[in-house]
Design a protein around this ligand. Structure first.
Ligand code: SDX
Length: 372
């Protein structure tokens, strides 16, 4: 039996949502470069869920639908206040909060196409409100209500900081959301599909996906990249720091990818954004340290940066707390998870691979009293 470790190279499903072929990423056939440069995040969510771009009025209606569903119930705000927030990682809080939210959804276990779509709208609309509320509550601040007149990206930054964000920040954050929205059968999306393939519900599917995204080999990498940049602290320290890690055979966070071999097409957009934003905030050193790391790692290991590497200095430049970087990834990837969950339900079959048994051979049972 040939066992593909980590299912490398295994085609486990057919999907019409996103594709990665020859290091090119497309969402429903649209190249990520075009979407990153032109699309509003809400447009991309519509595209992923409906498999086509929205017409003008459809987009306006969809933006309105998300805005109407952005508020979270008081019970959830009280629940968030009950967590030991100084110790809780925001991804653990998000996993818990999304699961709790499902208890208040009358359609949680209703399995019609319409009910599942309604749950997708509610989850996509509410996840930024949950992340922003958690961030403010742990600082002893009251959550800020979402506004109906701001787009998705602007609303999150507004709920986070309690003031209207500037256009540069909104455009950068919108682009980051577009770039993180979907990525074929990445670990968290595959987790969601395995979960709902048992005909479990949408909330269970996204809760399992949040759990998988939390890991540092997946979505948790962006926070680890920022930790590395802070530890390095200056361009002069890059070389000794990275060479030591490589000598110890340690993984450099933000580099490498299971599928991309010649580079992650999303990284160049985030690299450009990092250069612009770090200059604007007067901290170009984060970009300079990042490019120095990239030059050494690509020279020594020929392993290019992935989506998580430059997103760290981008989010830092937007003034976002470092342990919120992965929850932000979740805010965007919620759109992809939900697209894949809805697609799994459309044409479902239980996902159940095999394992090659390598344990002991046949054993004879010995009674407890005879085991000494
Ligand atoms: C995301 O799948 C997706 O699409 C994910 C994602 C998405 O949008 O959903 O793109 C988002 O999760 C990006 C990846 C974020 N994770 C990290 O940045 C963590 C650091 N990266 C590595 O852990 C690793 O590159 C993975 C996990 C991303 C991919 O791992 P693989 O495919 O299992 O590769 P591997 O660990 O088997 O490594 C192959 C070789 C090894 O060398 P050898 O032991 O054969 O000599 O490459 C080396 C590894 O040591 N290597 C690295 C490295 N990544 C791979 N060496 C140093 N630093 C790294 N980052």
């Amino acid at each position: 039996m040939n066992t593909a470790r980590g299912l490398e190279g295994v085609v486990a499903a057919t999907s019409s949502i996103s594709s990665i072929i020859d290091d090119k990423l497309t969402y429903v056939g649209y190249d990520i470069d075009d979407l990153a440069e032109n699309a509003l995040f809400e447009e991309v969510v519509f595209l992923l869920w409906h498999r086509r771009l929205p017409k003008k009025q459809e987009l306006e209606d969809f933006k309105k639908l998300l805005a109407e569903n952005a508020p979270i119930p008081k019970e959830l705000i009280d629940h968030l206040k009950s967590y030991p927030n100084q110790k809780v990682h925001p991804m653990a809080a998000l996993r818990t909060a999304v699961s709790f939210l499902g208890l208040f959804d009358d359609e949680a276990d209703v399995f019609t196409k319409e009910a599942n779509y309604n749950k997708a709208v509610r989850l996509q609309a509410k996840i930024p409100t949950i992340v922003a509320a958690f961030s403010r509550i742990r600082k002893g601040l009251e959550p800020v209500e979402p506004r109906k007149d701001l787009n998705f990206a602007a609303n999150f930054l507004y709920m986070l900081n309690g003031e209207e964000p500037d256009q540069v920040a909104v455009e950068a954050f919108n682009k980051a959301l577009v770039l993180h929205a979907d990525h074929e059968l990445n670990a968290s999306t595959f987790t969601a599909r395995v979960c709902v393939a048992t005909l479990s519900d949408v909330y269970s599917g996204v809760t399992s996906a949040i759990s998988a995204l939390k890991g540092p080999l997946h979505g948790g990498a962006n926070e680890q990249v920022m930790k590395m940049l802070m530890e390095i602290g200056s361009v002069e320290n890059v070389e000794p720091y990275i060479r030591k890690k490589l000598a110890n055979k340690e993984k450099i966070m933000g580099f490498g990818h299971r599928v991309y071999r010649n580079g992650d097409p999303r990284a160049k957009h985030l690299k450009k954004m990092s250069e612009k934003l770090t200059k604007l905030t007067g901290e170009p050193k984060w970009y300079d340290i990042s490019t120095k790391i990239e030059s050494i790692v690509t020279a020594e290991k020929n392993i290019p940066p992935n989506v998580d590497f430059y997103s760290a200095s981008v989010y830092h430049s937007l003034g976002i707390e470092h342990d919120l970087f992965t929850p932000i990834f979740a805010i965007s990837r919620m759109s992809g998870w939900l697209a894949h969950i809805l697609e799994q339900y459309e044409n479902n079959r239980l996902i159940r691979p095999r394992a090659e048994y390598v344990g002991p051979g046949k054993q004879t049972y010995v009674k407890l009293e005879d085991r000494g």
